[in-house]
Design a protein around this ligand. Structure first.
Ligand SMILES: Nc1ncnc2c1ncn2[C@@H]1O[C@H](COP(=O)(O)OP(=O)(O)O)[C@@H](O)[C@H]1O
Ligand SMILES: [Mg+2]
Length: 286
């Protein structure tokens, strides 16, 4: 299928395979950047609902909301206009990450909230020393406190996303089961390779691809899922997340799908996603 665009197959294999050949049994804590430079493809929905399902397994989990739109923060019930401390203070003023972390209604799930002013911060960051690794420095200070850290990246390949990709060990890419789904993914993979080769983050690997917004009524959706599996092979999760209105309603109530409607198809799918992700972890504790 030509219509979905073709990421360079070489970049796919290289970005997926870790440099040292390590594949299974990733040790905790795992730091996973959820990235795709297209907007509206399901990054935030995937972050919130995968992370909250993992937290519900009793694993201490942090979501870092790196998107100035702050959808992950508000989707977890925070009033983003009234926060005293946010990632902005962390990235620009060296506030320890722990000092901006907020609890959520889900036990074991925490969020480091974004600020609507984070977009301005991206400009300020450009002139700062070690501008690509400021988030990584902050994350290093709290690594021992969590089993999982998910970084919800903004829809761009700018400096904020670069900070997310430098702070993470793994990248999880949600891909919509639609026309042109793979458009831009090739560019993301090339960037990941560049980040590895530049030495900024030599261990970064694309560990997980998840097909989302699957509409069983269209044959196209099946074609796209097949194409994604052909391109990316074993890193594509078996679980496919369906298009479901309930998933899009939950954030308005500041709830994950598991609180909002735990029996819905979307909730079941994201619990399966979480289980598949955690199946890739080593059994040893952090
Ligand atoms: N599986 C799904 N079914 C229905 N709506 C979805 C699904 N996943 C995401 N959405 C909705 O699509 C929109 C974009 O999703 P979002 O997760 O915010 O994408 P991104 O973070 O990549 O911009 C949101 O309104 C969200 O509620
Ligand atoms: Mg988002």
């Amino acid at each position: 299928m030509e219509s979905t665009g073709n990421p360079n197959p070489e970049a796919v294999t290289q970005a997926a395979s870790p440099p040292d050949g390590r594949v299974e049994g990733r040790s905790l804590p795992r730091v996973i950047a959820v990235a795709n430079q297209k907007g509206g493809v399901g990054k935030t929905t995937t972050t919130i609902n995968t992370a909250s399902a993992i937290a519900s397994m009793g694993l201490r989990t942090l979501i870092i909301d790196l998107d100035p739109q702050a959808n992950a923060s508000s989707g977890l019930g925070l009033d983003v206009r009234s926060l005293q401390a946010t990632l902005l203070d962390v990235l620009i003023d060296d506030l320890p990450l722990a000092d901006c972390v907020q609890p959520t209604d889900t036990p074991e799930l925490f969020v480091a909230p974004s600020s609507l002013r984070l977009a301005d911060a991206e400009m300020t960051l450009y002139s700062m020393l070690s501008r690509e690794t400021r988030l990584r420095q902050a994350v290093n200070g709290i690594l021992g406190e969590y089993d999982y850290i998910f970084i919800d990246c903004p829809p761009s390949l700018g400096l904020l996303t670069l900070n997310g990709l430098c702070a993470a060990r793994e990248v999880m890419i949600p891909i919509q089961c639609e026309y042109f789904a793979l458009e831009g993914v090739g560019q993301l993979l090339e960037n990941i390779l560049k980040i590895r080769r530049s030495g900024l983050n030599p261990e970064l690997e694309v560990s997980t691809i998840v097909c989302v917004m699957y509409d069983a009524r269209t044959r196209l959706a099946d074609d796209v899922v097949r194409e994604i599996r052909n391109h990316f092979g074993g890193i594509v999760l078996r679980t496919v997340v369906p298009r479901s209105v309930r998933l899009s309603e939950a954030p308005q109530y500041g709830q994950s799908i598991h609180m909002f409607d735990p029996r819905s198809r979307g909730a079941v799918a994201y619990r399966d996603v979480a289980q598949e992700v955690h199946d890739g972890a080593a059994t040893t504790a952090r």
